[in-house]
Design a protein around this ligand. Structure first.
Ligand code: APR
Length: 257
């Protein structure tokens, strides 16, 4: 694995534009279960609660489960080391953009600035009637469904439900940066969900070198991945960090002249 890590680090150092593409797997070590696979959320909950039509017809039922999954439980999660390394790569000019499928806001909380929220963000709650946006901390979820203080309309989490269109801005931005990328770093996604799962394919079509981090093979691994770094995101990203940002020689001296 070491030589694969070194190869990946060299590619990331040389790349003039790198994009990270993240899924639920990067947040697993922050305590947020993934959607699929062992202990996945869809093993425990029916994904219909995130179907737009079901939500519009059954807002209370849908909100009860959404509150349990995304607000009571996930709300307190903090960024892990993998999120922090991506933010450091961006700060050091080694990461041009991050496209995330995640709605947990952990990239932003880690200090990452160039984030395209392909599936929106659970920290925002939007009125279906007047489009006013609230921070989730400003809305009580005691009585469901929560309603708008301005117009009384039903509020919906500002993330993309099944059957709902991807917002134009992140969609366009994702296609743009994928086509510009020399290196494309896929972290923690099965690649199951359309149209997000097309983004890495576009990067590949435009000539990007695909580096993938995942404990398990995904839909990409045998198909487009050039360097597969098998393992947990925090472990692999910590190893990459050491290669990307080696401690300066004088950092190791103990003050001997
Ligand atoms: N580090 C890295 N990857 C991990 C880790 C870890 N510690 N643990 C699990 N994974 C990997 C799994 O092997 C799997 O490939 O993370 C991936 C999680 O896959 P999914 O649960 O399908 O998550 P994701 O690909 O992000 O789902 C896409 O589906 O339900 C919708 O909108 C939801 O954005 C989500 C979309």
């Amino acid at each position: 694995m070491t030589d694969r890590l070194e190869e990946a680090a060299q590619i990331l150092k040389r790349s003039r534009f790198t994009t990270a593409f993240t899924g639920a797997g990067i947040s697993v070590e922050s305590g947020i279960p993934s959607f699929r696979g062992q202990d996945g959320l869809w093993e425990k909950y029916d994904p219909k609660v995130l179907d737009l039509q079901y939500f519009l017809s059954n807002p209370v039922e849908s909100w009860k489960v959404i509150r349990e999954i995304f607000y009571d439980f996930i709300g307190a999660a903090k960024p892990n080391h993998a999120h922090l390394v991506l933010a450091r790569m961006e700060e050091e000019g080694m990461l041009g953009s991050t496209i995330t499928q995640n709605i947990d806001n952990l990239h932003q909380e880690a200090g990452l600035l160039m984030v395209s929220e392909f599936h929106g963000n659970s920290k925002r709650i939007r009125c279906l009637q007047c489009d006013r946006v609230y921070h989730s901390l400003d809305i009580s979820l005691e009585n469901l469904p929560p309603t708008c203080r301005e117009c009384g309309g039903v509020l919906k989490p500002d993330f993309v439900f099944f059957g709902e269109a991807i917002p134009q801005q992140p969609l366009g931005e994702a296609y743009r940066v994928a086509s510009l990328s020399e290196a494309f770093l896929i972290i923690g996604t099965t690649g199951e969900v359309m149209p997000a799962n097309q983004i890495p394919l576009i990067a590949k079509e435009y000539g990007a070198t695909i580096i993938e981090i995942n404990p398990e093979p995904s839909n990409y691994t045998e198909h487009i991945t050039d360097i597969f770094l098998q393992g947990k995101a925090t472990v692999i990203m910590q190893s990459l960090e050491k290669l990307l940002f080696p401690p300066a020689l004088n950092d190791n001296q103990d003050g001997v002249d």
